[in-house]
Design a binder for this molecule. Structure first.
Ligand code: FAD
Length: 482
């Protein structure tokens, strides 16, 4: 029996559910990756993620080759390419790991239907989460919409099986003899598929399984401090693994095993908190599965009645937010981090999202789309979850009357202004009190620091207290919804 393993957002050849199952059940396994023209045609030529994927594919091809197999890499439409390959290579089944996004589900249904007509099976596996769909339900048998009880049920189910059963690795190497070596053409270059090699400096973004492994090694020693360090963007607190989780160059099961190991051996609070973040990731995938409408509308329907700012001024405010020119240094530094590196610290994602929605009164969907375009780790479920949290329209969201003060957030989480100075060097010479709100500083202080407001750095585009009042009025329509 000959089979095809179709790689998508799982660019590794270890601990890989679909690859393992294919190797176990067939004698000749061929691997394929398709640069999906339907996705790529919407992206700019310097998209960092395409570069990341491309680098990861080069490494994946080499590693599969070392195991005795081949990775066929093509550029096209999977809905026609997968059935065409299945026929040409005479395979009886196509194996893939499940993808939960609405567009991916549609694509997979179309592929499955086409394969069915050729008497070829399409088999899909859970791989990118620990628990999917309805695996974690409330006692009443319904999906959770609040995180903490979900997390508790998740942990209960995980521990019930003991010894990391749900995080066990799929030992691909055990059946490596069943890889099939095929003569494959060279991997198309970035320019072959219409892209330029994007700039990926600032946050060194090493792609592939090796990049993921390096980051894991680096983070393991820091995991115990995660609970404390994770909230301060100037510190190296988080793992920076999100892009690797997004493209599957690391295994979620491996990460959970590492966290569990630290929890067991040193009752390590940092590891517990980090594990909870990985559970948030499962949570949002589960929400998207049960409530696919969130991709377009509010989780809580009443919130769709909110009237957002529109028109010229709103457009100008939105542009200032995107460019990091709002006059609020923490917000601007964060947006510049995003624009320059494709990464943004979690605390700052919350601050900038809240600022767009509750200081500028702009529809969260506009911010969600901007993040989707810029984030290396963009994932529909987590991004949507984060934005609906900030707009208060989501499940388990921030209450609508909780409105971050961008200055207080700055004083609290970047007290010395180090993060601000990194991305707004023109403010670096301001003292640590003035850097959070330069327009409040004495003219002499500004002069000494070489800052000319309105020239080197903008005045604030809105006044926070006024904006706050407006937001409470705007949200009055949902008051009863809570
Ligand atoms: P760590 O702090 O090291 O966390 C480890 C992993 O846990 C992350 O890599 C991620 O996979 C997961 N995780 C952490 N926090 C969350 C969370 N709140 N929700 C879901 N998973 C989480 N995360 C994305 O992966 N893709 C997105 O598109 C995305 N958009 C966001 C938008 C907004 C408005 C907000 C508030 C959050 C968003 N997040 C998103 C969640 C979070 O900010 C990032 O996962 C995190 O900053 C990535 O950095 P890290 O890998 O260093 O995280």
């Amino acid at each position: 029996r000959r089979t095809l393993v179709w790689f998508r957002r799982d660019l590794r050849c270890f601990d890989h559910a679909a690859l393992y199952q294919a190797l176990r059940h067939s004698k000749e396994v061929i691997c394929v990756f398709i640069f999906d023209q339907n996705i790529l045609k919407h992206l700019p030529a310097n998209d960092r993620r395409v570069r990341f994927i491309h680098d990861s594919i080069i490494e994946l091809e080499q590693e599969i080759s070392k195991l005795g197999g081949s990775l066929l890499v093509i550029h096209g439409d999977p809905v026609t390419e997968i059935p065409r390959l299945a026929e040409q290579l005479q395979v009886n089944a196509v194996f893939a790991n499940r993808d939960y996004e609405p567009a991916a589900l549609q694509r997979d249904t179309a592929v499955k239907t086409a394969l069915g007509k050729q008497q070829c099976e399409f088999l899909s596996y859970k791989d990118q989460v620990i628990f999917e769909k309805s695996e974690v339900l409330s006692q009443a048998g319904t999906p959770f919409s609040v995180f903490t009880p979900y997390k508790n049920a998740w942990l209960k189910k995980f521990y019930a099986e003991g010894s990391d059963f749900y995080a066990k690795s799929y030992p691909v190497e055990k059946y490596a003899a069943n890889f099939y070596r095929l003569d494959v053409p060279a991997i198309p270059s970035l320019s072959d598929i219409g892209f330029a090699a994007a700039q990926t400096q600032t946050i060194p973004l090493q792609a592939g399984m090796s990049g993921g492994t390096q980051l894991i090694q680096d983070f393991l020693a820091r995991m115990k401090h995660y609970d404390v360090a994770r909230d301060f963007p100037a510190l190296k607190g988080p793992s920076y693994l999100s892009v690797h989780l997004r493209f599957g160059t690391v295994s979620i099961r491996h990460l959970v095993r590492e966290a569990m190991q630290q929890i067991r051996t040193s009752s390590n609070h940092g590891a517990e908190i980090w594990l909870a973040e990985l559970i948030w990731r499962d949570f949002y995938f589960m929400i998207l599965h049960h409530h696919p409408h969130v991709a377009e509308r509010s989780f809580k329907p009443d919130y769709d009645a909110i009237q957002w700012e529109t028109g010229e001024q709103a457009d100008a405010h939105f542009a200032a937010w995107c460019e990091g020119n709002t006059g609020y240094p923490l917000v601007d530094a964060a947006m510049r981090q995003l624009n320059q590196t494709g990464y943004m610290h979690n605390r700052l994602r919350m601050v900038t999202a809240c600022f767009l929605i509750k200081d500028l009164g702009i529809d969260w969907r506009r911010g969600e789309s901007y993040f989707a375009e810029k984030l290396n780790d963009f994932d529909l479920s987590a991004n949507n979850g984060g934005w609906q949290w900030a707009s208060s329209s989501g499940c388990d969201a921030q209450p609508y009357f909780r409105i971050f003060n961008p200055i207080t957030q700055s004083e609290k989480f970047d007290a010395d202004g180090k993060f601000i100075a990194r991305y707004l060097p023109q403010l670096a010479r301001l003292d640590k009190r003035s850097i959070h709100a330069p327009w409040k500083a004495a003219p002499l202080l500004l002069q000494q620091a070489g800052v000319s407001l309105g020239k080197d750095y903008p005045y604030p585009i809105v006044e926070h207290d006024e904006a706050r009042k407006k937001t409470l009025e705007r949200y009055a329509v949902v008051k009863k919804a809570g």
